[in-house]
Write a protein that binds this ligand. Structure first.
Ligand code: URA
Length: 190
């Protein structure tokens, strides 16, 4: 894993010469049976150098606890490893979704990371990791809360925890998806 991080750092430095992008690497046990894959780090994640520690991370932890899952048993990472930003009309630095180009750049690294951990299941959070791993036609609205196979990997697509902030009506669906996953984990992995 340390070599992976050093190689990814060198790769990003080569592509974004002179920019010194802050990278947020995956976190957790390399033997984890479950990997959670998000979109890209936000401001808090970039400041602390850890994935899912901001508001979306709080939502995630709340639901993991509800499903009886402990973050320490998981490996948590992102599709894109730096914070995509833009300048808002008010002149502030704000998040933006990662571009297709950024996703494409990081995909081979995500694949390599997943090959190192070799989990029993990959939980994708939101459309970005789902489409990165299954192709552009896969959509979260159709696939959330089901186990699907892709390239020899078992995926469990879920809505992104940040989507609950913008769309509270998803909470019940999200809760049901987490509970189904928790039951599967207790049944299969313990
Ligand atoms: N949202 C993500 O997709 N990843 C993070 O690490 C934080 C917020």
């Amino acid at each position: 894993m340390e070599r992976f991080k050093a190689e990814l750092r060198a790769f990003v430095d080569g592509i974004y010469e002179g920019e010194k992008k802050v990278l947020v690497f995956g976190e957790g046990s390399a033997d984890a049976k479950v990997v959670l894959v998000g979109e890209a780090p936000g401001e808090q994640e970039t400041l602390l150098g850890r994935p899912f520690v901001g508001k979306a991370g709080k939502n995630l932890d709340e639901f993991l606890a509800l499903a009886g899952l402990d973050r320490s048993a998981l490996y948590v990472t992102n599709t894109v490893k730096f914070r995509p930003t833009k300048i808002s009309p008010a002149g502030r630095i704000v998040n933006r979704p990662p571009t297709q180009e950024e996703i494409k750049l990081f995909l081979p690294w995500l694949q390599r990371e997943l090959d190192m951990v070799r989990p029993e299941c990959i939980v994708t959070l939101g459309n970005v990791p789902l489409k990165a791993l299954m192709g552009r036609k896969a959509v979260i609205g159709d696939l959330h809360g089901q186990f699907v196979e892709s390239e020899g990997r078992r995926l469990y697509p879920m809505y992104h925890p940040a989507s609950l902030i913008y769309n509270p009506s998803l909470r019940e669906t999200y809760r049901a998806d987490v509970e189904r996953f928790g039951a599967w984990m207790r049944d299969k992995l313990t």
